[in-house]
Design a protein around this ligand. Structure first.
Ligand code: URA
Length: 253
């Protein structure tokens, strides 16, 4: 791993801005291995040097992975001039400027979003080649009793300008005015669930993503909350897209 400037290293770990990091160094609160340092411009090796702040060792990781339960009202982007974005929830995180959401949920969609700075994993999880399953819970208008959606598992569905890949639609409950559905797709096209349900004559009134591949939204995570993925969860996602041999976070210190 490349050496990094100490003030950048500290800022990357979320202790504050680079200016804040310089201040901490000046106050003699930062130690590298056995020495208190006085220069913010020294270079350290994150793999072999141990950096302490106020006598506590700082853990350096190159890659970060979060599970986020997206609320409505936030756009899935890293920044926007006018709208709040999902990244508003991650501003105090290490390497915040490198973090980004994997794939996209509409502004009015809730649920599972992965936030990471691992470009390779993100790219593969979103690439059509890997056909990663995405599962949604949705409430739609209308009565679905007696309807059979099994043919879409083989054929997909012809939309106005696009033929979908096969998908699975399971009715969880139904009533004269609305129904609950679980829908599982292997593609991430724009507004895909809404367009499918609109075409079937049952417009979406609520949409929440509950699963991406082998990663299920944690039921303990309230809307708007996030947590780091466990090493096991990261490993399982990597396995899904043939990246398990590149375990980027195998060290700490
Ligand atoms: N399909 C949609 O229509 N919207 C989403 O946010 C995700 C899938």
């Amino acid at each position: 791993m490349k050496k990094v400037r100490l003030d950048k290293f500290l800022a990357d770990l979320g202790v504050g801005s680079r200016k804040d990091a310089k201040k901490l160094i000046k106050q003699k609160r930062v130690q590298v291995n056995s020495e208190v340092v006085s220069s913010p411009s020294i270079h350290i090796n994150p793999e072999t040097d141990v950096v302490y702040l106020d006598d506590q060792p700082l853990e350096y990781k190159e890659y970060y992975y979060y599970m986020f339960n997206k609320p409505q009202g936030y756009i899935t982007a890293t920044s926007d001039e006018t709208m709040p974005t999902v990244m508003d929830f991650f501003q105090d995180k290490p390497k915040v400027r490198e973090l980004f959401p994997v794939g996209r949920l509409d502004i009015d969609t809730e649920g599972l979003l992965i936030i990471t700075n691992d470009g390779q994993l993100a790219h593969r999880l979103s690439h059509p080649k890997w056909q990663i399953e995405k599962e949604y819970y949705t409430v739609v208008k209308g009565d679905l009793s007696g309807k059979d959606f099994s043919k879409y598992e083989k054929e997909g569905l012809k939309l106005k300008d696009y033929k979908t890949k096969p998908f699975k639609l399971q009715v969880l409950s139904t009533s004269p005015d609305k129904s609950e559905i679980k829908i599982t797709l292997t593609e991430g096209k724009y507004h895909i669930v809404k367009r499918i349900m609109e075409t079937l004559g049952h417009p979406v009134v609520y949409l929440k993503r509950t699963r991406i591949g082998n990663l299920t939204l944690d039921e303990n995570l309230s809307t708007g909350d996030h947590r780091e993925l466990t090493p096991e969860e990261v490993k399982n996602l990597k396995k899904l897209v043939n990246l398990e041999k590149f375990d980027n976070n195998s060290f700490s210190g």
